[in-house]
Ligand binder design. Structure first.
Ligand SMILES: O=C(O)CCC(=O)C(=O)O
Length: 420
């Protein structure tokens, strides 16, 4: 890429003054590169990596300066990627800018995706795949967990928008098979590891949670190679893995911002753009008022019961997932954590994420009598109004904000949540 163009895009729309030493160091680096492009070499990469690491460290406690640190992190990663002659190392830095700082700053995401594309063309890339026709296996649906009393309502047909807005948007419902003709379930099957590899190209990183669920003390997160993560999972088109060691879960990740090719395999339903909820309701604060997250992991991954403040259209793309739901009125009997009870808050110096929206009850626990003894109010006041459903590939579930929800994968499972 032409250096003048690059610097113009880097500075467009941004004020470089005012962000103390780190920002000055980046600005100096950029000015030096502009005067002498050869300076953009391996030694600059090391210095820029240090700047990115400092910005990353500052982010959790940055308060109002968070956006500034995110832009600094993103720009340091981009510059370091340009300075490194190793294409795969550069792609990894660019992915860190997407995952850690959200590719912050005007035009940065497009720039990063263009650079990754150019770098991948230098690497050995799997050939694009011909259309795949994967075997479809029908699995029995597991029985309802004892913690739920009824099934989620199934609608025979997708409702008219006006009916959805007026009559259906305050209760959960399922649309069986609604997504079966989306490209991700049909001609571009996300059930195929080979398709996922060919659509995303070499060298990519993703954030992965390690541990049974995020309430556990030993739970942690790390960035790992997307290719290695896919190899760890059972897919119909790759040899079965003998499972050992930790459960890995790519959870609540904006994978579709990172991999726009996969985003074009989804058909976002109009329902998510409808005006629903009370006058006080606050949808996500981004431009689209829509947050897409991907959830990919092996059989047995679990998200504990918790609430989110948004409406959710939850599409099951690959495998089966059992979802447990309870209305907001269940809250007093859900045994939510107090913030200070988060297992991580006792050990870590960084502020631990709030857990006050997360229940201590394991709604999928095998041992019912122990759960009854530990959480009697839950059994007395919640179970009677709780619902469950096992989603198959191609099903879509809707539920309103404030509903308690817990999920368990029955197979290798790939889902997309749409908060709106
Ligand atoms: O799929 C999961 O594990 C959790 C999904 C979830 O919590 C959500 O969509 O809000």
């Amino acid at each position: 890429m032409n250096m003048d163009d690059f610097l113009k895009r880097m500075t467009e729309g941004e004020l470089w003054a005012g962000y103390d030493e780190v920002q000055r160091a980046i600005a100096e680096e950029m000015a030096a590169i502009a005067g002498d492009p050869k300076r953009l070499c391996q030694s600059a990469a090391g210095r820029l990596d240090d700047i990115a690491a400092s910005a990353h460290k500052e982010m959790p406690r940055a308060g109002v300066q968070l956006t500034g640190w995110r832009v600094i992190h993103t720009d340091a990663c981009i510059l370091a990627a340009l300075a490194d002659s190793d294409a795969l190392a550069s792609i990894a830095r660019l992915d860190k800018a997407i995952i850690i700082s959200g590719a912050a700053g005007y035009g940065r995401l497009d720039l990063i995706l263009d650079l990754i594309d150019a770098l991948q063309r230098r690497c050995k890339h799997p050939e694009p795949l011909p259309a795949l026709d994967l075997p479809r296996t029908a699995h029995p649906r597991p029985s309802r967990p004892p913690t739920a009393s009824s099934a989620v309502r199934e609608l025979a047909d997708p409702p008219l928008m006006s009916v959805y807005q007026r009559q259906l948007s305050d209760q959960p419902f399922v649309l069986r098979g609604y997504a079966t003709d989306w490209p991700c379930c049909a001609e571009h099957p996300w059930a195929s590891a080979a398709y996922l590899r060919s659509a995303t190209g070499p060298g990519r990183l993703v954030p992965v949670e390690i541990g049974q669920d995020y309430r556990a003390e030993e739970w942690t997160q790390e960035l790992m190679s997307w290719n290695a993560f896919l190899s760890h999972l059972d897919f119909v088109d790759q040899p079965r893995k003998a499972h050992s060691g930790s459960v890995l879960y790519m959870a609540q990740h904006d994978l579709l911002m990172q991999f726009p090719t996969l985003k074009s395999d989804l058909l976002i339903p109009d329902y998510v753009y409808a005006c629903v909820g009370s006058d006080e309701y606050k949808p996500p604060a981004n431009d689209d008022r829509l947050v897409l997250n991907a959830w990919l992991g092996p059989a047995g991954t679990m998200s504990p019961a918790h609430t989110d403040p948004f409406h959710n259209f939850y599409a099951q793309v690959v495998g089966r997932k059992t979802v447990w739901l309870a209305p907001p009125s269940a809250s007093p009997s859900m045994y939510a954590y107090a913030d200070s009870q988060h297992p991580a808050s006792a050990q870590k110096s960084d502020p631990a994420p709030s857990m006050s929206n997360t229940s201590r009850v394991d709604v999928f626990a095998d041992d019912e009598s122990e759960s009854r003894a530990q959480f009697p109010d839950f059994w007395d006041h919640v179970v009677g109004s709780a619902l469950s459903v096992t989603l198959d590939a191609g099903d879509v579930l809707f539920f309103p904000p404030g509903w308690w929800h817990a999920m368990r994968s029955e197979d290798t499972s790939f889902s997309v949540s749409m908060w709106f």
